[in-house]
Design a protein around this ligand. Sequence first.
Ligand code: PEP
Ligand code: MN
Length: 338
Amino acid sequence: MVIVMDVGAREQDIVVVMNKLEKIGFQGHLIRGVNRIVIGAVGDRTAINSLNLEVLPGVEKVVPIMQPFKLVSREIRNDSTLIKVKNAVIGGEQPVVIAGPCAVESRDQLLTAARRAAAAGATILRGGTFKPRTSPYSFQGLQEEGLMLMSAAAKESGLATVTEVIDEWSLELALGYVDMVQVGARNMQNFKLLQAVGRCQKPVLLKRGLSATIEEWLMAAEYVVSEGNPSVVLCERGIRTFEKYTRNTLDLSAVPLVKGLTHLPVIVDPSHATGKRELVAPMSMAAIAAGADGLLVEMHPDPQRALCDGHQSLSPDELDTLMLRIANLKAAVSGVGA
Ligand code: PEP
Ligand code: MN
């Protein structure tokens, strides 16, 4: 249910509603929008109805949320959520670009990538140090050593950082080194991990699962937010279909659709979606034109020698070109999208 407060509601009116909810075992989620304050209460509707909240001072109305995802739904919050990751703001007018190698490989590789990402205009550096690989014989990542390098690269470049976590142990470690944690496609329905990132204070980049429906993806975001962490950025990274020419099929229609369903920002990862370097720029442009709040792009100083996903990684020069094209496109399509 959403408890919509009057424009002139006082702080004490809010406290009374929160306390009443707490007494029947509900946690009220206070959402201060630009124009109004609402309280989200998730749980058995009959129990909330029995409180007769409508008659309390400061309460305008009590409305049910029809979607199965509640706290992330646009029904509860009409204003789009802005998520701050160090100096980057995701969800605002300007698209945010996250760039960097698939995996952190060495100090030299990462620092070069960070310098070139910053020079191109990206504001967040990516780099995997816990790599969920299809084969147990593939490079699994540098683990804590990689996190230390992410931290060094952030210091030198001024960029914010994001890395993937694959379990509670890697999450605990990563929290000490990076500004944002990523839950990858393979873990989108790892509910224990979703709850654990929901208990942390850092923003979460939540990839869409390989075969996840939009509803399942939003329910995964709901797991995180319901644990108390409101800062979730959704990332469309392609879904599995019968098509084999591309690594996955980029579901671009998901961008405006999901932005209509949720107040959370949505970004697109054209690298994992297509698996092909030459498709990264066109799909990046399409994503921005469709209203995406940003991009996650794999870039490697020397893609030919990358230990992971070199075939879909841009070179630093290619990232420079892409960033210029995005800036021009953004100016042309401003106002397009949800
Ligand atoms: C990644 O971003 O490094 C990654 C493994 O992506 P995904 O989880 O989307 O496959
Ligand atoms: Mn990769």
